[in-house]
Ligand binder design. Structure first.
Ligand code: NOJ
Length: 743
């Protein structure tokens, strides 16, 4: 135990705990209790306070005097402060210049990498590879922790079915199973097995709860959803994060059915603590206690603080409400000091687990910072993750052969679009401290990959505005080339927080540019960069090859070039449904049948007059340069009893000419229930690699547990009856077998 540089108060406490060797947790408890007994009420409340350092803010800075607040003990935790040099000085102030010397937590939005940027989470979700995603989290933690951080506000696990909502980019898509697997993987990745390991961070699952279902896709808007949908669709990923041992939870901005979550005891205490057994610390989102006033449930800040604290909030992010009013509420007897102690203990326990009481400078090592930032393993994984996240949506033949992969014999390539030589936007939303200087652009990637080709690059137009003055040159270049690669889509601010859109077409005049380039007759490959599904009907109809690259991060150009050249066979599949137009939203795969399912012969069935019901690309969809043939699905039995399980098998064969990976998906439909059930629900998947001509047997086991849902009495159970099991390449698979769950 390192005792250096810790103030006398703490020295004494640590010495006491060392004199009496006890089990880890008893020692921890004793340490925290003695520390607590030394603290004034104000110092305690300081531990429940989190202020921004002033960097990278996403809201009003209510307190610019954070340094003074650290010194006075009013602020026990900081966010948006990083780099070893910067944080070391702040930590020194906390440890050496405050009465008790309690070290600071340093939090930050490390969402998809810190300096080295990985694909946005929605892109990574399309890998259907939780192992890979866990590695992304572990490496992000390693780099961020080397930069002086010890806490990340991630994973963001909000299920989202509405691509108008800009923050869809930060989550893992629409499916509760996939979302839960990623939530679990990310928590394990960030935290490792020991929080005090200097290469890990404490994680914070957010935004609890149901932040991903705002009305009309407008950020921060009201959530009004049935209890059943909340429990079955939206809550599982948060629960998975809690089960994985997440250290902290962030309460969300939104209300749910009339109650803002930051004031909701039902969510923050009854579900989170009492039902799920969460033992860690709950922090609010940015000023969400203050926002209880405009929500219309609090009369003033003091009332807001009372509601939030009573609901189960431990730490106030940026609002200064606990700081300003909690002591008053204790003095008036609204809360007891013991109530405050409970919250403070959770904060101190986290600091203890991070090892900050052993050595407050453990995350502040300049040598480690130099060695870890952008290290080979990070840069290599950024490439792997980007390659595994890009979805090939279309690859049709031009003159008899598929346009992709691009042949090395192509002589003249026109690379056109605002993302052609772009370093910042390809990092996507919340790239925080991502280093644009390290980004490999599409142009750089293609030049390396096709050294013999003449590659000419033009922007054509911007992301916004109506300026078409670049069109003429772009059209002329396209006309003189053998192939056009169009790098188009959204910039990094067109998705993410406070970036909802009502029109999901290519922004600015990019659609017009696309149409003009298409008119030249030169074959076009569209590489789309975006933080959400865009409505790309026209593109799908007219452009032979579409690669949906999302926002891939630092190794963008290398990954795009690897896929376009065929050095990497694309394998990703959509973790989110692509609508044909905004009017179809919300459109998601696990929908219900209705009493009048669509029937082309019958006008009075559920449909639109002007669009199909089906999305443009369904959940689970994605192409490869290989083709895969599915055999018949064979179950080992056709009925099971409670507690029993059943296995279905299917052979999958690579009928293409190159090795490839296929994501084999298994869905279940419960045909009759006490309440209506979705047409399909993902119950399992398997990502397999196959050489040309190779076939593999893939098996899925379905247990009674997989068939549970909230029945008419809101009991979570499986109901006897008939079920279908579908196995195939995406959620629109038609092939199924049936089985019965016996009474
Ligand atoms: C607001 C965002 O909603 C949240 O995700 C983020 O962690 C905080 N700001 C802190 O930056």
């Amino acid at each position: 135990m390192r005792l250096l540089m810790i103030t006398t108060g703490l020295l004494l406490l640590l010495a006491v705990s060392c004199d009496h060797p006890e089990t880890g947790s008893a020692q921890k408890e004793k340490f925290i209790d003695s520390l607590l007994s030394e603290m004034t009420l104000e110092e305690k409340i300081g531990q429940l306070t989190l202020f921004t350092s002033g960097w990278d803010i996403t809201g009003p800075v209510l307190n610019e005097n954070y340094r003074q607040d650290i010194l006075s003990g009013r602020c026990g935790n900081l966010f948006n402060a990083h780099t070893v040099a910067y944080n070391r000085e702040l930590q020194r102030m906390a440890v050496e210049e405050t009465r008790l010397g309690i070290p600071l937590l340093f939090g930050y939005d490390v969402i998809h990498g810190h300096r080295t940027i990985f694909p946005i989470p929605l892109a990574e979700a399309c890998s259907w590879d939780p192992g890979m995603v866990k590695k992304t989290a572990a490496l992000s933690a390693k780099e961020a922790a080397a930069s002086g951080l010890n806490w990340t506000f991630n994973p963001m696990v909000d299920i989202a079915r509405d691509p108008r909502w800009g923050r869809i980019a930060e989550g893992s898509g629409e499916d509760p199973l996939l979302g839960s697997l990623y939530a679990h993987a990310r928590v394990e990745g960030y935290q490792g097995t020991d929080l005090s390991d200097v290469f890990t961070l404490a994680a914070c699952v957010k935004h609890f709860a149901v932040y991903g279902a705002p009305q009309a896709g407008r950020d921060y808007h009201v959530v009004d959803l049935s209890e059943r949908t909340i429990r079955e669709v939206y809550l599982p990923p948060y629960k998975a994060a809690v089960d994985a041992g997440v250290a902290t939870v962030m309460s969300s901005f939104n209300e749910i059915n009339g109650v803002p979550v930051t004031a909701s005891k039902a969510y923050l205490t009854d579900i989170l603590r009492d039902k799920w057994g969460f033992k860690g610390m709950v922090v609010t989102d940015y000023t969400s206690i203050n926002e209880l006033i405009p929500h219309g449930v609090a009369e003033d800040l003091k009332h807001a603080g009372e509601l939030a604290f009573r609901a189960g909030v431990d730490m106030d992010m940026q609002g200064s409400v606990f700081n300003d009013y909690l002591a008053e509420l204790v003095n008036e007897g609204v809360f007891s000091e013991e109530d405050v102690n409970r919250a403070v203990k959770r904060v101190l326990a986290l600091k203890y687990d991070l090892g900050l009481f052993d050595d407050p400078y453990r995350y502040l090592d300049e040598e480690r910072e130099k060695a870890v930032l952008y290290s080979d393993e990070l840069m290599e994984h950024a490439l792997v993750a980007a390659r595994k996240s890009m979805v090939l949506l279309k690859n049709e033949p031009v003159n008899g052969t598929p346009l992709l992969p691009v042949q090395q014999s192509v002589k003249k390539i026109a690379l056109i679009g605002p993302l052609a030589d772009n370093r910042v936007d390809v990092m996507g939303t919340w790239h925080a401290s991502g280093d644009a200087g390290k980004v490999v652009t599409v142009e750089e990637g293609l030049r390396k990959k096709f050294p013999a080709a003449s590659i000419k690059v033009l922007k054509g137009c911007d992301f916004t505005g109506n300026d078409m003055s670049g069109f003429r040159a772009a059209i002329s270049l396209a006309g003189q080339s053998d192939l056009v690669i169009l790098a188009i889509g959204e910039n990094h601010q067109q998705s993410g927080e406070a970036a909802s859109r009502t029109c999901l077409d290519l922004p600015g005049v990019q659609q017009q540019l696309l149409e003009k380039i298409h008119e030249t007759g030169t074959p076009v490959v569209a590489v789309v960069f975006a933080g959400r599904p865009l409505t790309i009907n026209w593109m799908d109809e007219h452009i032979p090859a579409i690669l949906y690259a999302w926002h891939p991060g630092t190794r963008t150009g290398d990954a795009v070039a690897d896929i376009l050249s065929g050095d990497c066979n694309p394998s990703a599949k959509l973790a989110i449904t692509f609508p044909r137009n905004v009017g179809q939203i919300p459109v998601f795969y696990n929908t219900k049948n209705t009493g009048r399912p669509f029937n082309a012969e019958n006008k009075y069935t559920s449909k639109y007059l002007d669009a199909l019901n089906e999305p443009l690309y369904p959940f689970g969809y994605g192409l490869s340069y290989s083709t895969f043939e599915y055999g018949t699905i064979s179950p080992d039995k056709n009925s099971i009893s409670a507690g029993d399980s059943l296995t279905v098998s299917v052979t999958v064969k690579n009928t293409g000419k190159c090795a490839g990976e296929e994501i084999v998906q298994c869905y279940v439909r419960d045909l009759v229930g006490s309440v209506t059930r979705p047409l399909k629900e993902l119950k399992g998947f398997s990502k397999i690699s196959l050489d040309p001509g190779e076939e593999k047997l893939v098996q899925f086991t379905i247990t009674e547990d997989d068939l549970r849902f909230y029945d008419i009495n809101m009991e979570y159970r499986a109901e006897p009856g008939e079920f279908r099991i579908y196995v195939g390449p995406h959620s629109q698979v038609d092939e199924y077998v049936t089985f019965t769950l016996n009474r």
